[in-house]
Design a protein around this ligand. Structure first.
Ligand code: 3HC
Length: 308
């Protein structure tokens, strides 16, 4: 059905070159899936070390993909895809000739606005700007750019792990033009992902439903109603989720979840989300304070052997 969609999508300007800002887990994943589908990708970050780390994430993931797609020539497969990826720490140069910018840097409205404000004067007029923010207002980020760019601005929200998760949320602001939206939908399909569309609201679709559920599961443990292990087993076997809420919390990062909930508390004041859903939780704050952030720190609700 992805192929059928592809042939009937009205052709806006076709995206051939993509520039990804941020070589962390999300940015590296986005660069990788773009390169795998033949886009010319530029990956940009502020230090060479960050870029190197990003390329490492990509190589590891590509060898996983290659084992399935090209088991006889893992190295050749990986090389061919890596050839579609350039890296640079020069942000201006990174967007010189690009058709699409996807930003996946830290979740700070100020840092994101500064970056896009700078890129607005460097990228060509037709270039589409997209943010992979999961918790900030796309409209507020877009306002760092001129009026015309705001029409070519949207949210493009991928899920972790990007190479494995099929979904992309396309977030339309009131300014996002229809042709921008159509171009993003078309490129999402070309990357092999399934697009859904949402207004610019807290958490869009997935996180708006997922984060309150994750927080509620922590409240359940805090009250002593059930253990993390039993809640995970319950949701995996009783609701068919691939990971129970505590495995997922450790996977996403307890700091990330805390950060999202904090940001939404501000929005609760203006009625965009109900206050009860995002009340602070002592147990969560305690773990974060102790540096127990999940898989990446070796401990969260569970302990992990391979500390990353
Ligand atoms: N690179 C390449 N391929 C990968 C990969 C990676 N990093 N991680 C997983 N895969 C592939 C595997 O190769 C495998 O492919 P196959 O089915 O073709 O053989 C497939 O994904 C499944 O992987 P596994 O067999 O190793 O393990 P699982 O079946 O347990 O799946 C999982 C792993 C896909 C992570 C699954 O557990 C899952 O879907 N978990 C839930 C993840 C989730 O909810 N993510 C969203 C988090 S919220 C978010 O990202 C939003 C943010 O804004 C906070």
């Amino acid at each position: 059905s992805i192929q059928r969609h592809l042939s009937t999508t009205p052709s806006g300007s076709r995206i051939e070159r993509m520039t990804v800002f941020g070589a962390g887990l999300m940015g590296a994943g986005i660069a990788q899936v773009g390169a795998q589908s033949g886009l010319k990708v530029t990956l940009s970050d502020v230090t060479d070390k960050a870029l190197e780390n990003g390329l490492n994430i990509i190589s590891k993931s590509l060898s996983r993909v290659a084992k399935k797609k090209s088991p006889d020539d893992i190295e050749g497969f990986t090389k061919k895809i890596l050839a579609n990826i350039e890296t640079t720490t020069d942000a201006g140069k990174a967007v010189e000739d690009t058709d699409l910018v996807v930003e996946a840097i830290i979740e700070s409205i100020k840092v994101k606005r500064d970056l896009f404000g700078f890129l607005d004067s460097k990228a060509k007029a037709e270039c589409i700007f997209a943010t992979n923010t999961s918790s900030l207002s796309v409209t507020e980020i877009a306002e760092s750019c001129g009026k015309e760019r705001q029409e070519r601005f949207a949210g493009l929200h991928f899920f972790n792990p990007v190479p494995a998760m099929k979904l992309v949320e396309i977030i339309r602001t009131p300014q996002t033009s229809t042709s921008t939206y159509e171009s993003l939908k078309e490129v999402t399909l070309r990357i092999g992902k399934a697009p859904v569309t949402c207004n610019d609201t807290p958490g869009f679709i997935v996180n708006r439903l997922l984060v309150p559920y994750l927080l509620e599961s922590i409240r359940m443990v805090e009250r002593g109603d059930a253990t993390p292990e039993d809640i995970d087993t319950a949701m995996e076997l009783g609701a068919g989720y691939p990971m129970g809420p505590f495995k997922l919390l450790d996977f996403v990062g307890l700091d990330t979840t805390t950060y999202i909930a904090q940001g939404w508390r501000g929005k609760a004041a203006s009625g965009q989300i109900s206050k009860e859903l995002v009340e602070p939780i002592e147990l969560l704050d305690k773990l974060v304070k102790e540096g127990k952030l999940g898989r990446k720190s070796g401990q969260g609700f569970y302990e992990y052997e391979n500390k990353k």
